[in-house]
Design a protein. Structure first.
Length: 283
């Protein structure tokens, strides 16, 4: 995500050795090609950034679903240990630490949060019913896009990207369409992406590019460069985030990374429980 958009070499019309002029090619033609190449490069970069954003988002969701309860249990054990120490010693510093540890424990959810996703249009959800009847609860849904989903997504973005539009109406149509494509990709919905591909193929063909003047083409290159700078900042934030850093540690098998972290957290829980038992026994 760190490639640079190449700026076109300027050609002075009529200069010695300018084959584009002597060969009958319009002076702006080379600049137009540079703009089109920069547009395609930006689209590929946007695809890479969006792909990584979805991966980070999905990994964050799985991380929270699988490991969140362990982190909560560790916080609770730390608070209980600190409170047991403070109760036994009565030291003001121990009391302060106990209060601080307790403040880090996640509060009990409110009624709305407690029943979030438990009730649907047909009554109680399958997961809630399973919990209440001791039936197995389905594991967290795997939402990492498959290779075919990624291929379909990239192809659709390359074809329908709003930056390829020459008129505002066409750009708005593409914006709305790409929003649907991004939503389907975020859910890993291969069937919907195929439907969207058929819809785009059946829709109005993109208008042919109208040759512009040199100043318009240079302005377009400047806009593309600014857009790439903004995307680079987004990519940097994703890569430097806690989840992004974890994901880059195991890009080919992030599920295994979750399992390793879970094993480490489980060992920490066991250590804290033993420490708490020792503190309670000393009272």
């Amino acid at each position: 995500m760190s490639e640079q958009t190449e700026q076109p070499e300027q050609t002075v019309p009529g200069a010695s050795g300018d084959s584009s002029v002597t060969g009958g090619e319009r002076p702006e033609a080379r600049l137009e090609r540079a703009v089109r190449a920069a547009e395609q490069a930006l689209i590929e970069f946007e695809i890479a950034v969006e792909t990584f954003r979805v991966e980070v988002e999905n990994f964050s969701r799985l991380h929270h679903q699988k490991l969140g309860p362990m982190y909560t249990r560790l916080d609770e054990l730390d608070a209980l240990i600190a409170e047991a120490k403070a109760s036994r010693s009565g030291d003001p510093e121990d009391l302060r630490r106990a209060k601080e540890a307790r403040s880090l424990v996640m509060p009990m959810p409110g009624v709305d949060e407690l029943f979030h996703d438990w009730l649907g249009s047909d009554g109680i959800s399958d997961d809630a019913s399973a919990m209440l009847t001791d039936r197995p609860v389905r594991p967290p849904e795997r939402v990492r896009p498959s290779e075919e989903v990624r291929r379909l997504y990239r192809e659709l973005v390359r074809q329908a990207h709003p930056d390829l539009a020459q008129e505002e109406g066409e750009r708005e149509r593409r914006d709305a369409f790409i929003a649907r494509v991004n939503a389907a990709y975020g859910r890993g919905d291969e069937g919907l992406l195929r439907e969207l591909a058929e819809e785009w193929a059946a829709g109005p063909a993109p208008e042919a590019a109208v040759p512009g003047e040199s100043d318009e083409l240079y302005a377009r290159l400047e806009w593309l460069a600014r857009r790439k700078e903004l995307l680079s900042l987004v990519a940097k934030e994703l890569e430097d985030s806690a989840i992004g850093s974890m994901l880059r540690m195991a890009p080919e098998d992030p599920d295994r990374l979750l399992e390793e972290i879970a094993e480490q957290l489980l060992a920490q829980v066991c250590e804290r429980e033993a420490e708490l038992a020792a503190e309670l026994a000393a009272e």
